[in-house]
Design a protein. Structure first.
Length: 160
């Protein structure tokens, strides 16, 4: 395995570790109110599943980080340090553009609602990815329509 692959795996694991720590230490305590599920003195609450999921992901990410770090160290000892591939600036800008569109979707979802945000942002993502196949645009709107109908009529949840 290449050294760059190990470095990428360690970086991805570190990002997941940071995200889980953010969720455990800040997001879950501040965003999810405590509501007991089985009674007033129950150990199971509305935070139980989110905490459990974060701890499982944190443990898996820490294990992946350790495995990648050990593999990287062994490979460096065996082959010596290799120069990195460099950064493909165009690919990185495309990824940042898609991320910015996702943030825009989140903002528009809260301000305008599900339908206008979904009409605007998914096509922008496809354009940023240089996908010009009309079938993909139709499928995005089809999935959005199914999601809307599912929330509205099956789950009885009104989307904003």
């Amino acid at each position: 395995m290449e050294q760059s692959k190990y470095r990428k795996d360690m970086l991805a694991a570190a990002v997941f570790i940071a995200g889980c720590l953010f969720m455990i230490l800040y997001a879950i305590p501040n965003e999810i109110p405590v509501k007991t599920v089985l009674g007033t003195n129950s150990a199971v609450s509305s935070r139980t599943l989110p905490y459990f999921a974060c701890w499982v992901i944190l443990a898996a990410s820490a294990l992946q980080f350790l495995i990648s770090a050990v593999g990287y160290i062994r490979l460096v000892k065996r082959e010596g340090h290799q120069k990195g591939e460099g950064v493909a600036l165009q690919k990185e800008l495309r990824a940042l553009t898609v991320f910015a569109i996702c943030v825009l979707y989140m903002i528009l979802f809260g301000q305008l609602g599900f339908i206008p945000a979904t009409l605007i942002c998914p096509p922008l993502v496809l354009l940023a990815l240089r996908d010009l196949k009309w079938q993909h645009y139709v499928s995005v709107y089809g999935v959005a329509a199914i999601a809307y109908l599912l929330f509205r009529f099956v789950l009885k949840i009104n989307l904003p």
